[in-house]
Design a protein around this ligand. Sequence first.
Ligand SMILES: Nc1nc2c(ncn2[C@@H]2O[C@H](COP(=O)(O)OP(=O)(O)OP(=O)(O)O)[C@@H](O)[C@H]2O)c(=O)[nH]1
Length: 292
Amino acid sequence: MEKISLVATDLQELISLSPDPIIAVNRAGIIVMFNIAAEKLLGYSGEEVIGRISIKQIFATADQARFVNKLLYTSPDRNIQGHETQLLSKKKRIIDIRLSAKLIVRDGEEVGSIGFFHDLTESKKVELKLKSMSITDSLTGLYNQRHFHAVLETEIERAKRHFRPLNLICTDLDNFKQVNDALGHLEGDKALRFVANTIRKVLRKTDMAFRYGGDEFMLLLLETCSEEAEAIGRRLKESFDKRWAEEWSPKRGCPLVSISMGIAEFDRKESPKGLIRRADFLMYEAKNRDRR
Ligand SMILES: Nc1nc2c(ncn2[C@@H]2O[C@H](COP(=O)(O)OP(=O)(O)OP(=O)(O)O)[C@@H](O)[C@H]2O)c(=O)[nH]1
């Protein structure tokens, strides 16, 4: 096969055509090459930066710049591969990037380094969206059951470590099946969103609400003693009853729906599952009591 040999002008053209930013610096860290993609990403023209500013200035923080420098000098091959960090644009926008870089050594002497940057803005957005979707209940917008278990475990550990109280309110609608039966599933969905909104209105900033499944919701109250939790539970019940009477009861054939709840304060000796079981049990006790 015929070999292709590249000359300096070909390389320059390739660098300028690269869709990813390529930046080279001299030994002192001053920018000596800044391709078109770098101009586009960071908003500087080549003229503004070449020979004028230090690479340190385009990192989001001095610590990030120092860390990259350290990686470059401490890696066995004097290179960095796929390090995620952040740059700062001329307009002070922080940009997530992935960086691969290499020290350039000529005749045994270090003359500078070259970095290949990849803009991660879009993939970070997708990552965030996927993360948010994976922890959110799509019907109500509250957190989902998977996230509930993860958060409960973390918060129980924190409560134990700092000797903080924590309360769990387990709620379940009464008669919800009749909403579906009488008004149809779409109205049933709307009713579940209505419950979620009622919960949101009652909770404080540090409280967290989750749809546990069907018509069951969990409320995690951090740093909250049982008296406060009881007060929040009462407020939720009152608010729900009032709003249901105003907004849903006037609908033709709409059943009377209420909320049953069990409130359990975390006991240092129990596991997350133990706490859930206790709140669940108290909720069923309340449901059966109200039925009598
Ligand atoms: N519309 C709608 N209904 C749902 C959804 N998830 C669960 N359900 C319904 O919720 C109902 C729950 O039934 P039950 O557990 O018997 O609840 P209930 O009628 O409130 O009964 P009690 O709790 O005993 O008072 C069932 O009819 C499910 O079909 C949903 O996402 N949308």
